[in-house]
Design a protein around this ligand. Structure first.
Ligand SMILES: *Cc1c(COP(=O)(O)O)cnc(C)c1O
Length: 230
């Protein structure tokens, strides 16, 4: 099947990129970006060995969970999350990649506390400072992390970014490297409720570049499932 072959090829390319960068291939996880793909396609990707699945839309997450699509793999939320939908995501996913505002942090913390759980999250960085994208700026991250003591129902596991679309890999590297430096900076410091080990960056077109720059988790859709039909 195409999905199995694609996953196999991507894993080989991930390993090559890791080794070329002097990294251990085991340090990098493959998250299948499953949006617009049905439960059977998700099951096939899990069977082929993806490390986790990432869903973008609450409605699709809920539907596929009801179909037991993710059995055998952790499920993550990777899309923009509206505060009025946190109840449908908190406690239902292993990791939320896309916490992009203080308001959402507060809402996730409140819901996790209500459920009596601790929710793992990543902070989304608007690394290109693009008007069209949400996310924290790199500059505000130290201040945000120093406030995490006020969010005891949240554990910050790292950072996520979707850099601007670049025409060449040199520009791409610049954004990925900025993310990596921020990741290293915050890993070196001690903050309450922060335990940083995940740097989520790299998609179908640029995952090798992202791995070269230090990504620990790539989110890949098209290269696994083929072009999405909207
Ligand atoms: C769709 C999506 C991806 C994967 O994109 P591809 O280019 O299809 O690999 C990764 N991250 C997020 C947040 C996405 O929405």
């Amino acid at each position: 099947m195409a999905i199995a072959e694609n996953v196999k090829r991507i894993k080989e390319e991930m390993a090559q990129a890791a080794i070329a960068a002097g990294r251990d291939p085991k340090q990098i996880l493959l998250c299948a970006a499953t949006k617009m793909n049905d439960a059977d396609a998700v099951r096939e990707a899990i069977k082929a060995g993806v490390d986790c699945c990432g869903e973008n839309r609450v409605q699709e997450l809920t539907l596929k969970q009801s179909q037991d699509a993710y059995t055998g793999a952790p499920v993550h939320f990777i899309g923009h999350l509206q505060t009025n939908k946190v109840k449908q995501v908190v406690g239902k996913v292993d990791l939320i990649h896309s916490v992009d505002s203080m308001r959402l942090l507060e809402a996730v913390n409140k819901e996790a506390a209500r459920q009596g759980i601790r929710q793992d999250i990543l902070l989304e960085i608007n690394i290109g400072n693009e008007e069209s994208k949400s996310g924290f700026s790199a500059e505000e991250i130290p201040a945000v992390l120093s406030q995490m003591g006020n969010f005891p129902a949240i554990c910050v596991r790292g950072l996520m970014a979707i850099p601007p679309i670049c025409q060449n890999s040199t520009d791409n590297h610049k954004f990925f490297q900025e993310m990596y430096h921020l990741f290293v900076d915050i890993t070196a410091k001690k903050y309450d409720n922060v335990c940083v080990d995940i740097l989520s960056m790299g998609m179908s077109d640029d995952y090798a570049d992202a791995i070269a720059c230090g990504s620990t988790m790539i989110r890949v859709g098209t290269a696994i499932f083929g072009a999405r039909v909207y």
